[in-house]
Design a protein around this ligand. Structure first.
Ligand code: SF4
Length: 181
């Protein structure tokens, strides 16, 4: 028996941080909360928050977030066909994990994901405008990782067009264990 029968795209939006990519919201045909802790054990670089009800992980340059309510958000996706292929992969992973859930030890501690300056730089505006007080966006990325500065120091990230980029930066930092909202 499958845990999930279908996952369908609900919305496709542009990803302003990278105009060549899209952001996708999809919906599964049921809630996912029950399977998320098992997926956390099966996806090595995943971050799972039971309290917030989500699991997020990087897949290449893309960032995938599965919400307990059954919604799936994907950022930095090449196109709709790429999105459908990834959703099919997620569905298979969920069903495979569900089938093997009795062999998964939920008490195993996981290692943190490593995030470097280039990972953050990829989602910053990359204009080197210096308004944050740093000479370059890369310099801000390094300082955010050193916890000397925060994402809020780049005012551009609060603009609606950078929402996708900011959400991705927050997920990346959280997956590396940073306390960031
Ligand atoms: S304010 Fe933002 S766009 Fe400007 S240099 Fe700093 S990080 Fe880059």
């Amino acid at each position: 028996m499958n845990f999930v029968e279908s996952i369908r795209i609900k919305r496709i939006m542009p990803c302003v941080a990278d105009p060549a990519k899209i952001r996708v919201i999809a919906g599964a045909d049921r809630e996912l909360g029950e399977i998320l802790p098992y997926l956390d054990q099966r996806i090595p670089n995943a971050l799972y928050s039971k309290k917030s009800g989500f699991l997020t992980y990087k897949r290449g340059v893309s960032l995938i977030t599965l919400h307990a309510i059954g919604e799936i958000a994907m950022a930095q996706i090449a196109d709709e066909s790429d999105a459908n292929a990834i959703l099919e992969e997620i569905k298979d992973k969920i069903n495979e994990t569900f089938e093997e859930r009795d062999q998964i030890d939920l008490t195993t501690q996981k290692k943190r994901v490593t995030v470097g300056p280039l990972d953050l730089y990829g989602y910053l505006p990359k204009t080197n405008c210096k308004e944050c007080g740093e000479a370059t966006c890369m310099a801000l990325a390094v300082k955010v990782l050193n916890q000397e500065r925060s994402l809020d120091d780049c005012l551009y990230l609060s603009e609606p067009k950078y929402k996708c980029a900011r959400d991705t930066l927050v997920m990346l930092l959280k997956s590396a264990g940073y306390d960031v909202e």
